[in-house]
Design a protein around this ligand. Structure first.
Ligand SMILES: NC(=O)c1ccc[n+]([C@@H]2O[C@H](COP(=O)([O-])OP(=O)(O)OC[C@H]3O[C@@H](n4cnc5c(N)ncnc54)[C@H](OP(=O)(O)O)[C@@H]3O)[C@@H](O)[C@H]2O)c1
Length: 162
């Protein structure tokens, strides 16, 4: 299982239910990496997608404790254990904060987009630099979108997953 996330300098990922920024090149990369795979996400992250609809071309495995939540085109799971039994090994965890925290121990790689900015936030990804379980194995060049600088960094787990 892998995760993909965009973070600011403090590993912040969201505020008031929204992402902190939208970078077209990063969205394209997200599409390229996840297309044809299963994506795992929380109900709140699904709500941030256009029209609150699942991502096309991918199995959308959505976690919610609400037994009445049944968005068209998504597979809803009410607990992690059931979701894990249905998720393929190459699934991508795509957020948000609660799902990243819950499933990071199952991930062997994390594709991070590091945006060189600091924003007010209420949701964070665990700081992989402060976690001895992870090593940056690939660091791309600095890229730009308008006034924003960002780069892609891939982390790989050192040692076995849970
Ligand atoms: N920067 C990025 O790359 C990125 C990516 C994705 C999301 N985000 C941001 O992250 C924020 C959302 O994160 P979040 O933590 O607030 O919400 P979330 O993880 O997207 O969704 C939380 C919801 O998932 C369900 N859930 C969580 N754990 C569960 C479990 N063990 N069993 C069953 N259901 C479970 C619950 O749904 P119910 O309430 O329906 O029960 C819960 O309210 C937003 O700001 C979003 O924009 C950022």
């Amino acid at each position: 299982m892998n995760a993909i996330v965009a973070v600011d300098r403090n590993w912040a990922i969201g505020r008031d239910g929204n992402q902190l920024c939208y970078i077209p090149a990063d969205l394209k990369r997200f599409q390229a990496l996840t297309m044809g795979r299963a994506v795992i996400l929380g109900r709140k992250t699904l709500e941030t997608f256009p029209g609150g609809r699942p991502l096309k071309g991918r199995r959308n495995l959505v976690l919610s404790r609400n037994p009445e939540f049944a968005p068209e085109g998504a597979e809803v799971f009410h607990d992690l254990r059931t979701l894990l039994s249905a998720a393929p090994e190459d699934a991508f965890v795509v957020g948000g904060g609660s799902i990243y925290r819950a499933l990071l121990p199952r991930c062997s790689a994390v594709y991070v987009t590091k945006v060189d900015a600091v924003w007010p936030a209420d949701t964070w990804f665990p700081n992989l630099e402060e976690d001895g379980q992870w090593a940056a194995i690939e660091e791309g060049p600095t890229l730009r979108h308008d006034a924003l600088s960002f780069r892609y960094v891939t982390y790989r787990r050192i040692g076995p997953c849970m």
